[in-house]
Design a binder for this molecule. Structure first.
Ligand code: DX5
Ligand code: ZN
Length: 214
């Protein structure tokens, strides 16, 4: 699956950007919520998710890069989220937060920063629908893909083989036509791409090219 991130889209023409995703072969719209505390950047919040939800025909994949995400799960659910992904590093009571997301009828994801070992998810792997392996440090679009990520993906795929064979593995950061094939081979199911799609000359065609590779 391909999930274009609108973080680097043209916000003055957000409706148009979502319509491009609607027309495209993309599977989800990826929405990056940043609070300026958990990550050194502030993006957008609940009103934008609500607005996107009014136009989007694709499910909303909400990636919370915020502290205390449990305070906002209900609000993002109401705003139209399909998935909510929280960071392992930002949750004191991760098991509880994951079940809070599921109790809203949503799919629960857990994101890992580049330095966080996948084995830490073992106790919770069978409770969740998706793991997001950050392939850059969260906070900004347009960064360089971290090569060690392949090893983490393979390790997670092995760990999930027994504990949760249906687990989706998502990657986020620096995904391009160059690395998407190798990422797929390593075991990735969902590819987030921001800059590569929205800074290209033809986002619709770029999404198609990515989709052809997966
Ligand atoms: C980064 C965000 C990403 C970002 C990816 O913290 O989580 O979703 O938009 O952007 P690119 O594809 O530009 O690396
Ligand atoms: Zn993201």
């Amino acid at each position: 699956m391909i999930a274009p991130s609108i973080l680097n889209a043209d916000f003055l023409n957000l409706k148009k950007q979502i319509e491009i995703i609607n027309e495209s072969e993309a599977d989800w719209v990826h929405l990056d919520i940043m609070d300026g505390v958990y990550v050194p950047n502030i993006s957008f919040g609940i009103p934008i998710v609500e607005a996107v939800n009014k136009v989007s025909k694709k499910p909303l994949d909400v990636h919370l890069m915020i502290v205390n995400p449990e305070k906002y799960v209900g609000k993002f659910a109401k705003a139209g989220a399909y998935n909510i992904t929280v960071h392992y590093e930002a949750c004191t009571h991760l098991h509880s937060t994951v079940h809070q997301i599921k109790d809203q009828g949503l799919r629960a994801g857990v994101a890992l920063n580049p330095h966080t070992d996948v084995s830490l998810l073992r106790p919770i792997l069978s409770d969740i629908d998706m793991v997001l392996i950050m392939t850059v440090n969260p906070g900004f679009g347009g960064q360089q893909f971290i090569e060690f990520s392949y090893e983490k993906i393979r390790e997670l795929r092995n760990l999930a083989a027994n504990l949760n064979p249906d687990l989706l593995i998502q990657v986020d950061g620096g995904v391009t036509l160059e690395n998407i094939g190798k990422l797929k081979q390593s075991g990735v199911d969902v590819f987030v791409a921001g800059t590569f799609v929205f800074k290209s000359n033809d986002p619709l065609q770029t999404i198609r090219a990515l989709k052809e590779k997966v």
